[in-house]
Design a protein around this ligand. Structure first.
Ligand SMILES: *Cc1c(COP(=O)(O)O)cnc(C)c1O
Length: 423
């Protein structure tokens, strides 16, 4: 790379988190950034879709690549001056392909939803039938919600999970596929805690001549670390986010075989997006580089081990954990035994400093809580801390809970595991 040392010397600190300068220029906004950092550091972040990116990823995000317009693809841009961002995108693409064993990667989708939109745009026409997990069972908005483009433009048929076991019922999906003859079958969920049998989905799709789209937004980080099965060998198209367990910047990507490469690329740009966000793509490259290290493999397995311990410890304290446990970074639980609906439970937990989501539960219209271990594991927590979290969790749900005391105890726990080193 032709970056001279003179150029480097002239820009000793051209970017990065220059918070002092921001504080002088815009104290009002700087205050918000600090308050948010403090909020993230001062409580237990148990939202299954969140994580703490590395300082290296944040540096790429805060770099002057944010200034660059780059419509098109490396070597074929509609704007000049793309010689460096082209290299950044090629590195991101090569790293993604190597990490997941994919023939083709598109790293431009602005989000997970944009990646799914591109997959549909590449493979489907408006009005086509698509078989996906129903939203009441853990399907994503992009899997046919009437409030989303997917539900408006396609005919979605929803499959569920077994009401008793909470597990995917592959025979039910096969029967629905035979009845409805979908053009595509979608596998992937926002709250399913078990591994997905991509081979079984492939067989179902093949039997009815459908495409198989894996929306692996949640488990893709575990896949990178070898802690969950890889959908790439089975699915025609894999959509993913880069900011969940994978620990990269907010964004999406699409992986596919060479046969669909051109259709996917055209579906991302120019069909559904304009200029690529090159700072985010550079940050994706940094995150893929981190995810290829042995340390990340250790991390991914520890995320799952922590989730398993958390599920056991919560069960021991009276929570009903869906499917009886987890294979992944997330688990869902019913708070009914505590006489609490999920919203009230979430509120009590928030008062004690534990941040998480409510989610759909398998048996009908009851909602539960969804927790994930990606963020707390990044902070360095292990089995002992999971047991402690379960204890604090159950205490917060009891009628005689003392939120003030619990808040202090949560604070004492997280203070030992700062997500970012102090300056
Ligand atoms: C998170 C998620 C998405 C969407 O990601 P965004 O970046 O929020 O658009 C799509 N599908 C599934 C299954 C997800 O879990």
């Amino acid at each position: 790379m032709p970056v001279t040392s003179a150029a480097a010397a002239a820009h000793v600190r051209p970017f990065g988190p220059d918070v002092d300068a921001l504080r002088r220029q815009d104290p009002e906004l700087a205050e918000i950034l600090f308050a948010e950092l403090e909020r993230q550091s001062d409580g237990l972040q148990l939202i299954a879709a969140e994580n703490f990116t590395s300082p290296a990823v944040l540096t790429a995000l805060g770099s002057p690549l944010a200034n660059k317009y780059a419509e098109g693809y490396p070597g074929a841009r509609h704007h000049g001056g793309c010689e460096f961002v082209d290299v950044a995108e090629r590195i991101a693409v090569d790293r993604a392909k190597a990490l997941f064993g994919a023939e083709h990667a598109n790293v431009q989708p602005h989000s997970g939803s944009s990646a799914v939109l591109a997959a549909y745009a590449a493979l489907l026409r408006p009005g086509d039938t698509v078989l996906a997990m129903g939203l009441p069972f853990g399907g994503h908005l992009t899997h046919g919600s009437p409030a989303n483009f997917s539900g408006r433009w396609f005919e979605f048929v929803g499959y569920g999970v077994d009401a008793e076991s909470g597990l995917i019922d592959y025979e039910q999906i096969h029967a629905l596929a035979r009845t409805h003859k979908p053009k595509a079958v979608v596998c992937g969920s926002i709250s399913y805690p078990r591994h997905i049998d991509y081979g079984a989905f492939r067989d179902i799709a093949d039997d009815v001549g459908a495409y198989l789209i894996a929306d692996a937004a949640h488990p893709i980080g575990l896949v990178a670390g070898g802690a969950a099965p890889n959908p790439v060998p089975y699915a025609d198209v894999v959509c993913a986010t880069t900011h969940k367990v994978l620990r990269g910047p907010r964004g999406g990507m699409v992986l596919c075989g060479s046969d669909l490469a051109e259709r996917i690329d055209r579906a991302v740009f120019p069909f559904t997006q304009g200029g690529a966000q090159m700072h985010t793509i550079a940050a994706k490259a940094v995150a893929f580089g981190e995810a290829a290290t042995p340390a990340f493999t250790t991390y991914a397995h520890k995320v799952v081990a922590n989730a398993r311990v958390l599920a056991e410890e919560l069960t021991a304290r009276g929570l009903v954990v869906t499917t009886g446990g987890t294979d992944t970074h997330l688990l869902t639980a019913d708070t009914g035994r505590f006489g609490l609906d999920a919203r009230t439970a979430r509120g009590r937990l928030a008062a004690a400093g534990m941040v998480l989501d409510t989610c759909a539960l398998p048996h009908g219209d009851v909602r539960g809580l969804r927790l994930g271990t990606a963020a707390v594991t990044t902070q360095g927590m292990g089995a002992d801390e999971m047991a402690r979290i379960a204890e604090l969790f159950a205490s917060a749900l009891h009628a005689d809970a003392e939120p003030g005391r619990l808040r202090t105890e949560v604070r004492e726990l997280v203070r030992r595991f700062p997500p970012y080193p102090s300056r």
